[in-house]
Design a binder for this molecule. Structure first.
Ligand SMILES: Cc1cc2nc3c(=O)[nH]c(=O)nc-3n(C[C@H](O)[C@H](O)[C@H](O)COP(=O)(O)OP(=O)(O)OC[C@H]3O[C@@H](n4cnc5c(N)ncnc54)[C@H](O)[C@@H]3O)c2cc1C
Length: 456
């Protein structure tokens, strides 16, 4: 079978790897210069392509991400996978509070030794929450109980009829919602925070761990290995290959699928599209029924936000946390992530690397702003977080943008998802939006890729 795959993110690469191994003649098209999609990286040091890479958008994995851990092992990268509990914090009322662990911050050596086995456990997080002073004590208690319930509840369907905003206010109370959950939801979904389906929040509590994993030297290595593995299994990966149309074969090509790429037509027995649904409906607009396009790409279909990230290289440590959710008003970014408080600066020739991230509607003016203007706007706000910060610390900067980075998981989300089988025979659609109720992530794209490979 000649199988065309559109998209060289982790999903397309997984489908390619599994099907090539079964003997299909796989050809994968990726419009970017490198494989990796939203998890793509860039050379971050003066050594350029010979030095370490960093993801354009912050990435880590969780202990519960079993599929990606398995694939990392399969590709021989186990030795690079490191698990740590870097501090996750929240900025509220001008103060930084650690939210993920109480015991990691213990100072007394005796107590530290005693509590070490608990670091990163659910008990540890629950106690960190109980220690979260901006909440009245009763609210902390309710918050802790809600957290425990979500951790142990296995059936998210029980929560599928309500929004996270309503459910949390009912069970954890208004204070916990305003000071903890609303900021968490707003970080991802901006002013749509009150429309998010509860199952999405359930999965954040139920499936995530405090232990975060990262490949020393960057996830770039995973994508290079996947790329090589597809080729070793007999597949082809065409980079810088923008697919511009998909159509049904006619005449003696009846039943086949014709893909236009780089101005040329390629004929396939089957095609898997891993690009966003709205891109698919554009590519195949002449073949799809108007009702399909209206339902899955019209004004009432699933909406996506874009991602915007400023990365700066500074010559010293900025603060003590890895991840900071910015909950105070007046900041032009939603999160500050000091990557080198997770992996050491020595991995990056001594640079300290900081992300300032945003998810925004794809037509937001920030996406059109020149990089220098973005930087001039963002940097003064870092001084509010660390008054010692001086712009002279910044030695290099990059601004990265991506569309279709975060599906907006509203209450009716599941009913808006297109089936994998499309109205075009032999064309399958599977993309990041199909990851539900979990928050999208590399692990779930691998899981979906393996499911699609099996379906084929
Ligand atoms: C800010 C941010 C932070 C994130 N943090 C994490 C994290 O910490 N941990 C984690 O696991 N995940 C994280 N993710 C999510 C993770 O990056 C995605 O879940 C994963 O990369 C999705 O892979 P995919 O292959 O499904 O889709 P994509 O990566 O979107 O791949 C789709 C590919 O299709 C290509 N394509 C589209 N149209 C065409 C065309 N016409 N022709 C050819 N090619 C085309 C695109 O160029 C792209 O490479 C994050 C994402 C963002 C944006």
């Amino acid at each position: 079978m000649r199988l065309g795959i559109i998209g060289g993110g982790v999903l397309g690469l997984t489908v390619g790897l599994r099907r090539a191994a079964l003997g299909d003649e796989v050809v994968l098209f990726e419009k970017g210069q490198e494989p990796g999609g939203l998890a793509v990286s860039f050379p971050v040091t003066e050594r350029g392509k010979d030095g370490p890479y960093l993801e354009k958008f912050y990435h880590h994995i969780f202990k519960t991400d079993k599929d990606i851990v398995r694939v990392i092992g399969e590709l021989g990268l186990n030795d690079l996978l490191e698990w740590k509990t870097p501090p996750t914090s929240t900025l509220l009322g001008g103060r930084i509070y650690r939210m993920d662990s109480l015991f990691d911050d213990v100072k007394s050596p005796r107590l530290k030794k005693l509590t070490k086995p608990l670091v990163g456990s659910s008990i540890d997080t629950a106690l960190a929450i109980m220690n979260f002073k901006p909440l009245p004590f009763l609210s902390r208690l309710r918050f802790g109980m809600v957290g425990a319930y979500l951790k142990f509840e296995k059936n998210y369907q029980r929560l599928s009829k309500t929004t996270a905003a309503k459910w949390v206010q009912k069970w954890a109370g208004k204070a916990a919602f305003e000071r903890v959950f609303k900021p968490l939801l707003s970080t991802k979904f901006g002013d749509k925070y009150d429309q998010i389906a509860m199952p999405w929040l359930w999965s954040r509590f139920h499936e995530r761990t405090q232990y975060l994993g990262y490949l020393k030297g960057g996830f770039h290595q995973l994508y290079l290995k996947l790329f090589d593995a597809v080729k070793e299994a007999g597949g082809q990966v065409w980079l810088e290959s923008d697919v511009t149309a998909i159509r049904k074969g006619t005449g003696d090509q009846e039943g086949k699928v014709i893909v236009t790429v780089n101005g040329q037509e390629e004929v396939f027995d089957k095609v898997v599209v891993t690009a966003p649904t709205r891109v698919f409906t554009q590519l195949a607009k002449d073949e799809l029924p108007a009702s399909y396009i209206e339902k899955y790409a019209g004004p009432n279909s699933i909406e996506h936000y874009g991602a915007h990230c400023v990365v700066i290289s500074v010559d010293r440590k900025f603060f003590d946390t890895y991840w900071l959710n910015v909950n105070d008003k007046g900041y032009p970014f939603l999160a500050v992530v000091e990557h080198t408080n997770f992996m050491p600066p020595s991995d990056y020739d001594g640079q300290h690397l900081i992300y300032m991230g945003n998810y925004l509607p794809m037509n937001h003016p920030l996406f059109g702003k020149p990089d220098e203007e973005v930087l001039a706007e963002f940097l003064p706000h870092l001084k509010k977080i660390n008054p010692d910060f001086d712009e002279s610390w910044v030695k290099k900067s990059w601004v990265w943008k991506a569309g279709f980075a975060q599906p907006i998981v509203t209450l009716d989300y599941a009913s808006k998802l297109p089936p994998h089988e499309t109205p075009i025979p032999n064309v399958l659609l599977a993309n990041m939006a199909h990851v539900y109720p979990q928050d999208r992530g590399q692990n779930y794209s691998i899981r979906l890729g393996e499911k699609i490979a099996k379906m084929i």
